[in-house]
Write a protein that binds this ligand. Structure first.
Ligand code: ADP
Ligand code: 5GP
Length: 220
């Protein structure tokens, strides 16, 4: 693909010493990080980006959090025990990991490396702490942060999910404000997309990713 910078793959091969490159490997892969505060719409946008871009694959994280009724094992997450998560960390099998709302989440390294070697767009939907680790190890990764149109709108969306108590909503809201400030200051993100109108935000997110990939928008 024209206009591609080779840095994503170069960095992928170098992450934590994993991933010896083969002579047959291409330099086509790109690691895409999508983050945003709880309730901002990042899962909806992430899945839309995955559908819109040929060759895009979603990295299924491991987590110690409880599986909810809406979760599908192996699709949304790999649900693991604390002991299994400890083992993955000890064996250096995670590209990054972080604790979010008291539970641990991490990105399996081997799968992501393999997909990058095949030239895929590998999408990580991870928090800011995880994004900072990835950017440090793989400076060629592309980071997109999803912002709410306003603090009030985010609060409304958190309430509309009807998933949490008012106390938990207040906690998530405070965490969201902290996370947005950190995202803006830390330098891990290359683009900020405001999720005001969903279809517009999806189009913008797909546009910035295609721009990074060097694909003309009307090609795909
Ligand atoms: P996150 O993964 O960031 O927690 P989700 O993708 O699960 O967020 O979206 C949270 C809720 O907000 C969903 O019910 C989704 O349909 C809704 N939503 C997403 N984008 C918008 C938008 N632009 N306007 C209004 N509601 C939205
Ligand atoms: P949820 O439990 O609502 O699906 O996700 C909670 C938070 O964990 C979200 O901010 C999500 O982006 C983050 N998250 C999910 N998977 C990972 C991961 O593998 N690593 C990191 N660092 N964060 C993750």
């Amino acid at each position: 693909m024209p206009g591609r910078e080779p840095s994503a793959m170069t960095a992928a091969g170098g992450a934590g010493g994993a991933g010896h490159r083969l002579p047959t490997d291409t330099d086509d892969g790109l690691l895409l990080i999508i983050s945003g505060p709880s309730g901002v719409g990042k899962t909806t946008i992430t899945r839309a980006v995955e559908r819109a871009i040929p060759g895009a694959v979603f990295s299924v994280s491991v987590t110690t959090r409880q599986k909810t009724a809406g979760d599908v094992e192996g699709v949304d997450y790999h649900f693991v025990s604390d002991a299994e998560f400890d083992r993955l960390v000890a064996d250096d099998e995670l590209l990054e990991w972080a604790e979010v709302f008291g539970r641990r989440y991490g990105t399996p390294r081997k799968w992501a490396d393999e997909q990058l070697r095949r030239g895929r767009l590998v999408i990580l939907e991870i928090d800011v702490k995880g994004a900072r680790q990835v950017k440090e190890r793989m400076p060629g990764a592309f980071g997109v942060f999803i912002l709410p149109p306003s603090e009030e709108a985010l609060l409304q969306r958190l309430r509309a999910r009807r998933r949490d108590t008012e106390e938990a909503i207040a906690r998530r809201f405070a965490e969201a404000q902290r996370e947005i400030a950190e995202a803006k200051a830390c330098g891990a993100y290359d683009a900020f997309v405001v999720n005001d109108e969903l279809e517009r935000a999806i189009e913008e997110a797909v546009g910035v990713v295609r721009g990074r990939m060097g694909i003309m928008k009307d090609e795909g």
